[in-house]
Design a protein around this ligand. Sequence first.
Ligand code: WT7
Length: 656
Amino acid sequence: MILKKNINQRNYVSLLLIAKTMSYPYQILTEQEYQDKYQQSILAPEKFWAEVASHFSWHRKWDEVLNYNFETAHTHWFVNGKLNITENCIDKHLKNKGDNIAIIWESNFENEESQFITYKQLHERVIKFTEVLKNNGIKKGDRICINMGMIPELAIAVLACARIGAIHSVIFGGFSASSIADRLEDTEAKMIICCDGAYRGDKIIPIKKIIDDSILIYNKVETVIIYKRSKTEIDFNPDRDKWWHEEEAKITLINDQPEIMDSEDPLFILYTSGSTGKPKGAVHTIGGYMIYTAYTFVNVFQYSPGMIHFCTADIGWITGHSYIVYGPLLAGATSLMYEGIPTWPDAGRFWKIIDKHKVNIFYTAPTAIRSLMSFGHSQFDNAILSSLKTLGTVGEPINEEAWKWYFDHVGKGKCPIVDTWWQTETGGILISSLSGVTDASPTFAGKPLPGIQPVILDEQGKEILTFNKQGNLCIKFPWPSIIRTTYKNHDRCRSTYFSIYSNKYFTGDGAYRDESGNFRIIGRVDDVLNVSGHRIGTAELENVLNSHSLVIESAVVGYPHEIKGEGIYAYVICDPEQEMNNSLHQELIEIVKHQIGSFARPDKILIVPGLPKTRSGKIMRRILRKIASGEHEQLGDLTSLLDSSVVEKIILLARS
Ligand code: WT7
């Protein structure tokens, strides 16, 4: 189904009128304008981005807009430009928008009051917290890991780091102590900012306890600042631990001096899984990331002043960095932050929040949509949802059924859906329709944003120009928020993203393009799973499973899962000499929870006598994927297998 623009034309008109009266200098308002801007951005990218950058505050203008070399994986935007991103996120708005709401915070608990933080208040709170950081010895370039629930203090901590030039690395609240320790070690973090406990529905995650356990593994953290949220009892180590409120109470003088940073200084490190080994720390730098997140926020969602934007992601992921914190604040928008989960106390929670705060832009993940779909229509009993103007999705391909449900029941048939394709490494949205401006059709992410030059390549690196033919999605020219490096291991960045195809950034996704130039993203072509929008490397999971004393070898694959998008299927070979215990299954799940986090636990574990391998010893995952999906009859050519009888044995076990 192609959603013809004229179906919604009437509703788009009112939207466009608002935008036209109060738009951003870099806002695209019509389809023609999109085409024109796109052409300009391709013909003269430097001129194009310099113009966008001119609408931001810089302490010193850049000498050169772009300097890059894909062979060595070096990209520099706005070379020698000097700025502080938080002056653009906050100070810039104080004069005319100081009393506007920057952040609306909605608690996990329906009966707890919402918080409304104006730009002025945000400014005060951020600069106060920078004093806490400075008093605790933090300087420009230091790394700070942040592990908190979704509370305003998380955004404040992030901004305070950026204000003094400390590099933040936010860790999602679902990670285990061992995963946190890996990140502490890799970043050599001097400080951790956390909370006592984080609320998630009817659960309290004992964040401080998990942090204590992670410090037992990596003990070089000097200071832990704890924000009191859940009043969960904690172990307090007076040599190292400090309460946020006590540290703030000590401040008598605020000496606010935003650090003047280079455009290419790192802003943050965010860990993400790849197809091999340990997660890698994607590094984003200040100038380019700033321009690109602001530009895409305004254009994709067609934000215009006064709108309320609600992104349901966690700030522990890139979506939260770019479209809860930086993008919206750079645009002077109102960003709604929600502490809880979609289905607690019931499946109507999002809809109540939208009505309560008259949300205009709602941005969520397909997995949340599919999960809500399963709760039936009563979730909408008291929902009006008439404030909504734009709906967005991110994180994984959205299936047509979920798209239609979202369009009909949430958008009431009048809100464009933007299916935004991007990655941790891309910093911001690369392929998407622009809400109400360019066409949207279900399951297609749409066209590239200005400045983005996607190509689809075959295995040999030849560009596929035929329509509807799948290949590997690459980008052939840098955009401002492209990944700069993988922390402390630049060669990993080069070899993962820039060496598979010469002179191109390789996304790891498969895609095709239709006759009208819209891209459809199929999913990962590497060994990375996308489970409920969480990226999990199969190699990472296999390493964890193999660390169990009874496991000899394992192979992990994904299979279609109704709600999670992709489920995790683990094939495990155990030591036949050892006595098997019945609790092995549970132990393997525990080990994954312990080493990574419970979001990565396998949905199915099958103990097998062997794995299908080629004569050169490579596991044929294609076969394992077919078996996991129940497609036992369509295994294809098995002649290259060393021992094809193992396949029959696995199928028998999978069926039983
Ligand atoms: C991978 C990136 C981008 C923020 C959240 C995830 C998949 C993302 C879409 C989409 C189809 C999508 C891709 C991509 N993905 N958005 N709209 N349609 N697939 O960030 O954890 O870095 O994962 O998510 O496979 O490579 P991430």
